[in-house]
Design a protein around this ligand. Structure first.
Ligand code: GLY
Length: 380
């Protein structure tokens, strides 16, 4: 059993995790092959609604025909908007393409947007749905591990500004999430491993039992099958619980940012390029958060070593030196950390740990001690 709370048993091939938002609860259906039945789920949820599928060219090649067939078989009229793959699409231009595409398809308020793809498509389509006709409901169908365990759940949507990532957006909760774990079979191994960092994050931040389970089953999660579906379900349960108690990130939801402050600085330092994928940056960031916590006497050095050992065993980078190519110097990294949105009125806010599964929000973290730590961590 991976999670502290029992996982939902699969019924008709799907595990259902409920996100219990007051007045707006929604289900996350998790299982292999669910895209071929997505039409029936949508028809049951919203009889008579039309569906506009937003996806990218790569995902369209692999999954659009399956989804369109399923929608047709369920009697649902569908249209689609296909964008270019990649982070650059999460832009004002990408938003214009999607919103204009939805308007041209005559999508109405009672219709649905179906975001079919990874985190870029989910964030972009979700944000477009939140503004077209002052808000259309969205169904998320995430096709990357990262999107299945993180970005498709919880309602954060948006685009990047030239001044920074995710700076323009809205909370727009989906009405349904359909995570087809077999869709991950065609992903490059590096992308899967990168998504795995976000799975490990849930164990590291709040569930020691989940982390122990991952230590023995991590490889099976990557290779597919039941362990993968269990890991996605455990991750979604963890995220659903946090989102249900703090939807707009006024408190506890910030715990989900474990590893992200250091990680975002490294990602930005590497130019948001293929040199360092998001999950890889989070992996290094989590190791830094554990090592910094140990150095401050907040957690044991053994826990820091244990966290890093597992991530390394899963093929993830764990040290700053693992980032290929040049990075800004320590002061440059500190500037990037200070620009991060988790900085409130100049004080550094970090997610630190008292041990595996024991993350907490640390406000007023001393910048000089972080700089000193980073200087040493770069050489490690
Ligand atoms: N990815 C962090 C959050 O959804 O809050």
């Amino acid at each position: 059993m991976p999670a502290a709370s029992p996982l939902p048993a699969p019924e008709a091939g799907a595990r259902i995790v409920r996100v219990d938002l007051a007045g707006r609860p929604y289900d996350i259906a998790i299982g292999a092959g669910l895209l071929s039945g997505i039409g029936a789920r949508i028809a049951a949820l919203r009889p008579g609604a039309r569906v506009a599928v937003v996806t990218d060219r790569n995902v369209a090649e692999r999954h659009l025909a399956t989804v369109e067939t399923s929608l047709r078989e369920a009697g649902i009229a569908a249209s689609n908007v296909i964008v270019a793959p990649g982070e650059k699409t999460k832009s004002y231009a990408g938003l214009e393409q999607v919103t204009e595409g939805l308007i041209a398809a005559r999508v109405e308020r009672r219709d649905l947007v179906l975001a079919l793809g990874g985190g870029v498509v989910g964030d972009l389509a979700g944000f477009a749905a939140s503004v077209v006709r002052r808000g259309i409901d969205v169904v998320q169908a995430p096709t990357s591990l990262l999107a299945q365990v993180d970005s498709s759940v919880g309602g954060k949507t948006g685009i990047n500004s030239p001044q920074g990532k995710n700076l323009v957006g809205a909370f727009h909760q989906p009405v349904l999430v359909v995570a087809d774990t077999a869709a991950l079979d065609t992903l490059p191994a590096r992308e899967l491993r990168s998504g795995y960092a976000e799975v490990a994050k849930y164990g590291l931040l709040g569930d020691e039992a989940l982390f122990s389970w991952l230590e023995s089953k991590g490889r099976e999660v990557i290779s597919g099958g039941e362990a993968r579906a269990e890991a996605v379900a455990a991750s979604c349960m963890a995220k659903a619980a946090v989102v249900a108690r703090d939807e707009k990130e006024t408190g506890d939801r910030a715990l989900l940012n474990l590893g992200h402050t250091f990680g975002h600085a490294l990602e930005a330092g590497a130019g948001f390029s293929d040199r360092l994928l998001h999950g890889e940056a989070v992996s290094i960031g989590m190791c830094l958060a554990f090592a910094y916590s140990a150095r401050q006497g907040l957690c044991s050095g053994q826990d820091a070593v244990r966290a890093a050992r597992h991530l390394e065993a899963m093929g993830l980078p764990t040290r700053i030196a693992d980032v290929p190519g040049d990075l800004p110097d320590t002061d440059g990294l500190m500037t990037l950390i200070a620009q991060d949105k988790k900085v409130s009125r100049g004080a550094l806010t970090f997610i630190l740990v008292h041990g595996i599964g024991k993350a907490f929000i640390a406000k007023d973290v001393d910048a000089a001690s972080v700089r000193d730590f980073l200087e040493q961590a770069r050489a490690a």
